[in-house]
Design a protein around this ligand. Structure first.
Ligand code: NAD
Length: 463
C-alpha cells in the first residue's frame, strides 16, 4: 500500500493541534468540558462568595480592571484572528473602556424610608448564579463587562459564549478568574464551556441553579431567552439611523459619522448603520465624509457591492456572514478598487437593503431627503422598532426633540460619534449589554440584582 506522506503529516499536525488546544483548555481557569461540570463548580463558588464582603468584591474588580488593561492587545488580536471581524486598534480601545468605565459596587444603592412607623431598607441583593450568552462581535469585551457588573452585584456567572468566538471568550474567562484568585476570591466564580453548543445553551437555561439569564445578541437568542420562564435580560439587535439636518455643523457631522460607523468595522450594535441627510447639505456632508476616511462608490459599483455583502436565503436577501466586520479594503478589492479607507459610503433610496438590513460592515448608505420631517419619519422606520440606538447632528432643539420622541431608542446621541452613547467621549458608564427589549437600558451592577426590603417597626427612627 502506498503511503501518502502529506496526508499523514496533516493528521499528525491535527492531533498535535487538538492536543495543544485540550492542554490549553485544561490550564484555563473556569473553562470546563461539559456544562454539567461548569454548573457544579460555579454553584460551589457562589456558596463561598456569599461570605465575601462588598469591599472584597471591589478588590476583585480592581484586579480584573488591571488585568484587562494589561491584556487588551492580546484579547483584541485574538478576537480579530478567531472571528476574522473587526479592527485590532479599535478592539484594544473597547477593552480599555470596559476596564475604565464599567461600574463596580458603587453602582449599588440602598434606599431608606424612615418615619413614625420606624425604618425600612431596600437593598440590592444578588440573584445567585447568572447564565450569560455572549456574542461574536464583542466577545471578550462582553465577558469582562458582564463579569464586573455581575460580581459587583454579588453573583457568580456561567457563560455560554458564541461558538465562533469561544477561544477569545474563554481566554477572557480564564483571565478574570486569575484576577479574582489573585485578589483572594474563590475558584470558578466565573465559568464557561470549552465547546459551547445549542445543547449547552439549553442545559444552562434550564438548570435550576441558574436564577437569572442574560443574552447579548440578535433577535433569535433574545426570543429564546424570553421564553425560558426565568428572569431574563435581553440585549438585542439594532439598526441605528443617523440624521443630519441643515442646521448641523456639517464638517463635524461628516467626521463624527465616519468615526462612529467605521469603529471596529461597524460591529457595535450602536454604530450608525444608515444616514438620512437633508438635501441642502447632503453634498457637503458627503464631501466631508470623504475627507475623513470614507470612500464614495456610485452606480453599478453599489449593485456589485450588494452581491458581495448580501446573499439570498430562502428567497430573501440576508447578510453574507463571511463579510461581517471585514475591512473596507476587502470589499473594494472585490470591486477591483485598490484603496484602504475606514468606511465605504454610497447614496441609496430608503428601500435599499443596505438601509434595511443590520449589515455590521463598514458600509454606510446615505438617503437624501427633502426635509428633516421626512428624515425623522424614514429614520424611525429604518430602526424597525428595535428601540436600540439612533443619532442626530443638528443645532435645532425642536428637531432633536422630535426625533428622540419618535424613535424611542435606549440610546440617542446628539452631535457626536455613536460611541459617545457608551461613555466614549460622552458622560456616564459603559456597557456591552444594552437591554432595550427588557428595559434595563445600559446594564450595570444594579441590573443584576434583586431588591429586598427589610423592615424595622417603631425603632431605629431617631428623630
Ligand atoms: P447572534 O445572535 O448570532 O449570537 C449571540 C449569541 O446567541 C451566541 O452565543 C449564539 O450562540 C446565541 N444564540 C443565537 N441564537 C440562539 C437561540 N435561538 N437560542 C439560544 N442561543 C442562541 O449574534 P452575533 O452575530 O454574535 O452578534 C450580533 C448581533 O448581536 C447583532 O444583531 C447585534 O446588534 C447584537 N448585539 C446587541 C448588543 C446589545 O447590547 N444590545 C450587543 C452586541 C451585539
Amino acid at each position: 500500500m502506498e503511503i501518502n506522506e502529506k496526508y499523514i503529516a496533516e493528521i499528525v499536525e491535527k492531533v498535535l493541534r487538538d492536543t495543544r488546544e485540550t492542554e490549553t483548555i485544561k490550564k484555563q481557569k473556569g473553562v470546563f468540558e461539559t456544562m454539567e461540570e461548569a454548573l457544579e463548580a460555579v454553584g460551589k463558588a457562589y456558596t463561598q462568595f456569599r461570605k465575601y464582603t462588598i469591599e472584597q468584591r471591589e478588590q476583585m474588580i480592581s484586579k480584573i480592571r488591571e488585568f484587562t488593561y494589561a491584556e487588551a492587545e492580546n484579547l483584541a488580536k485574538l478576537g480579530v484572528e478567531e472571528t476574522g471581524m473587526g479592527r485590532v486598534t479599535d478592539k484594544i480601545m473597547k477593552h480599555q473602556v470596559v476596564a475604565a468605565k464599567t461600574p463596580g459596587t458603587e453602582d449599588l444603592d440602598t434606599r431608606a424610608y424612615s418615619g413614625d412607623a420606624g425604618l425600612t431598607l431596600v437593598e440590592m441583593a444578588p440573584f445567585g448564579v447568572i447564565g450569560s450568552i455572549t456574542p461574536s462581535t464583542n466577545p471578550s469585551e462582553t465577558v469582562i463587562c458582564n463579569t464586573i457588573g455581575m460580581i459587583a452585584g454579588g453573583n457568580a456567572v456561567v457563560f455560554n459564549p458564541h461558538p465562533n468566538a469561544k477561544k477569545t471568550s474563554n481566554y477572557a474567562v480564564d483571565m478574570v478568574n486569575r484576577a479574582i484568585l489573585e485578589a483572594g476570591g474563590p475558584e470558578n466564580l466565573v465559568v464557561s464551556v470549552a465547546n459551547p453548543t445549542m445543547d449547552s445553551t439549553k442545559e444552562m437555561m434550564s438548570a435550576p441553579a441558574v436564577k437569572m439569564l442574560v443574552a447579548t445578541g440578535g433577535p433569535g437568542v433574545v426570543k429564546a431567552l424570553l421564553s425560558s420562564g426565568k428572569k431574563a435580560i435581553g440585549a438585542g439587535a439594532g439598526n441605528p439611523p443617523v440624521i443630519v439636518d441643515k442646521t448641523a455643523d456639517v464638517e463635524k457631522a461628516g467626521r463624527d459619522i465616519v468615526l462612529g460607523a467605521s469603529f471596529d468595522n461597524n460591529l457595535p450594535c450602536i454604530a450608525e448603520k444608515e444616514c438620512f441627510a437633508v438635501d441642502s447639505i447632503a453634498d457637503e456632508l458627503i464631501y466631508h465624509m470623504t475627507q475623513n476616511g470614507a470612500y464614495l462608490i456610485k452606480g453599478k459599483q453599489i449593485d456589485e457591492l450588494v452581491k458581495i455583502a448580501l446573499v439570498e436565503n430562502k428567497g430573501k436577501l440576508g447578510i453574507n456572514k463571511k463579510f461581517v466586520g471585514r475591512d473596507a479594503k476587502k470589499f473594494l478589492k472585490e470591486l477591483g478598487i485598490d484603496a484602504d479607507p475606514r468606511l465605504i459610503i454610497c447614496e441609496t433610496d430608503f428601500d435599499h437593503p443596505f438601509v434595511q438590513e443590520e449589515l455590521m460592515m463598514p458600509i454606510l448608505p446615505i438617503v437624501r431627503v427633502k426635509d428633516v420631517d421626512t428624515a425623522i419619519e424614514l429614520a424611525t422606520k429604518a430602526e424597525h422598532g428595535n428601540r436600540h440606538s439612533a443619532h442626530i447632528h443638528s443645532k435645532n432643539i425642536d428637531n432633536i426633540t422630535k426625533f428622540a420622541k419618535a424613535v424611542e431608542t435606549t440610546i440617542f446621541v446628539k452631535n457626536a460619534p455613536s460611541y459617545a452613547g457608551i461613555g466614549v467621549g460622552g458622560e456616564a458608564h459603559t456597557t456591552f449589554t444594552i437591554a432595550g427589549p427588557t428595559g434595563e437600558g445600559l446594564t450595570s451592577a444594579r441590573s443584576f440584582t434583586r431588591q429586598r426590603r427589610c423592615v424595622m417597626v417603631e425603632a431605629l427612627h431617631i428623630i
